[in-house]
Ligand binder design. Structure first.
Ligand code: TRP
Length: 445
């Protein structure tokens, strides 16, 4: 079967390494080695892939500006899958990033036909209260917003629309003649969500990471392309020099670029009609390193902005695995038995756990003999994803299960109790968050 990522359809990704080969997502392994205190999702390989996260990592290490941005479509109840995105946003905010969280009401209205009122109540009750309860902080430079109310973003969406044509978005999303225009606009809104943290009003160009599930990768790829297309220069490393090629850049802009490059003293700058070469680059190692390319690219991006153009750094992304649904298959907001909502009655949640599909065998005798299969168990997954930070404990459980010593009943009871406790605490924190909505510029319902 052909592997296809579809943001509005069901995706089942059984082999995540395929995503590396087919889509050009990079493995997170190399990044993990460079993180001193990775988030547990990273350490547990739940975050398995990325695009361009190096740019964010460098900014984090050098205490330079960076941001995190993601969005939630208010179409149903928020569950533990959504909580992963929330925690990833919060972690990056705690690492010093500006954090942006969008309620994608334009998308929900356009694609799912959800009324604006319903978008607002779901947005606040399901998503924002949990986001705040989990630790999102009101900080200068951090924003929670509804797409429909963010006109800086919406204006950018309109601009981006000039660079994306119908055949292209149809090829990416399978749009046809029947697809209505608002649906297409919501795609541009998402790209603008992702890029607008780099507008001057929000502190200018900086690395921005978008934490998402792999199904959102088509949006990421398109947005990275759009970011490049909005620029006036293409900065590339050639064998032993760096080429700065104008894309319909005005003569004034070419000249300004030439001057700015000369001022750096990084090498010999030679300007031609449509491009500039920087040769004889002074690099202590004697080799051209990616670092110099980045320095020059950032310089040009700054210049583009000063001249009223859109100099964007291509956004980065990180991808987490999907949780298996409690009924097997994908966890989905539209199938109540498959997930546990963050607002679920704790006791009801415990019951769902007791009914869930595990990696157990047909009979007790068989399980004692063969052992269970934790890699197929939605309950074990809950522990790994959310309920245990303790690697030793997880390894021990895994071993006991495989050896046929720990039975599903015991495991389920344990996990049910932990989930109930978690939900009780989380729901209390949500109550406290209700009072705090105005701190984020959100009017209570
Ligand atoms: N399309 C996303 C979803 O279906 C929501 C979303 C809107 C989003 N804007 C975004 C995600 C920007 C990441 C970045 O859940």
């Amino acid at each position: 079967m052909e592997l296809k990522l579809d943001p509005w359809g069901a995706v089942h990704v059984d082999d995540y390494t395929k995503l590396f080969e087919v889509f050009g997502i990079s493995s997170f392994d190399d990044i993990l080695l460079k993180l001193k205190e990775p988030h547990p999702y990273m350490a547990h390989k739940i975050i398995f892939g990325h695009r361009n996260y190096d740019s964010v990592l460098r900014a984090m290490h050098r205490s330079e500006p960076f941001a995190v941005m993601s969005g939630f479509m208010p179409s149903g109840r928020a569950h533990f899958g959504h909580m992963m995105v929330m925690n990833e946003i919060i972690w990056h905010q705690q690492q010093g990033g500006d954090a942006f969280a969008a309620i994608a009401d334009m998308e929900a209205h356009a694609v799912r036909g959800i009324s604006w009122e319903k978008c607002r109540s779901l947005g606040i009750n399901e998503y924002l209260l949990s986001l705040i309860a989990l630790g999102f902080e009101p900080k200068e430079g951090s924003h929670i917003y509804f797409q429909s109310e963010n006109y800086k973003m919406r204006n950018l969406a309109f601009e981006l629309g000039r660079e994306a044509n119908f055949s292209e978005v149809s090829a990416i999303y399978g749009f046809s003649g029947e697809t209505h225009i608002s649906h297409m606009e919501s795609v541009m809104a998402q790209s603008a969500d992702i890029l607008h943290p780099q507008l001057e009003e929000f502190g200018g160009p900086k690395p921005v990471v978008i934490p998402v599930g792999a199904d959102q990768d088509p949006h990421i790829k398109l947005t990275r392309d759009l970011a490049y297309r909005m620029r006036k220069f293409l900065v590339e490393q050639r064998k032993d020099y760096i080429s700065i090629r104008g894309k319909a850049a005005s003569p004034q802009l070419m000249q300004a670029a030439e001057l700015a490059l000369k001022e750096t003293g990084l090498g010999r700058v030679k300007r031609y009609e449509e491009h500039i070469d920087v040769t004889e680059i002074q690099d202590r190692s004697g080799l051209l390193s990616g670092a110099i390319l980045e320095v020059i690219d950032r310089l040009i991006i700054k210049l583009e902005n000063e001249h009223g153009h859109y100099g964007f750094i291509p956004p980065a992304s990180i991808y987490h695995r999907f949780m298996t649904g409690l009924t097997g298959g994908k966890m989905s907001s539209s199938k109540p038995e498959s997930h546990i909502a963050l607002t679920e009655d704790p006791q009801e949640a415990g019951k769902k756990i007791m009914r869930a599909i595990t990696g157990g065998r047909q009979s007790l005798a068989e399980q004692k003999k063969l052992g269970g299969e934790p890699e197929k168990c939605s309950i074990y997954e809950f522990l790994v994803f959310h309920l245990s930070q303790d690697d030793k404990e997880l390894l021990e459980l895994d071993a006991q299960c495989r050896l046929g010593r720990r039975m599903c009943g015991t495991c389920k009871k344990d996990v049910a109790e932990r989930i109930e406790r978690f939900l009780r605490e989380h729901q209390q924190a949500r109550e406290a968050a209700k009072e705090r909505l105005p701190e984020f510029g959100i009017k209570a319902l």
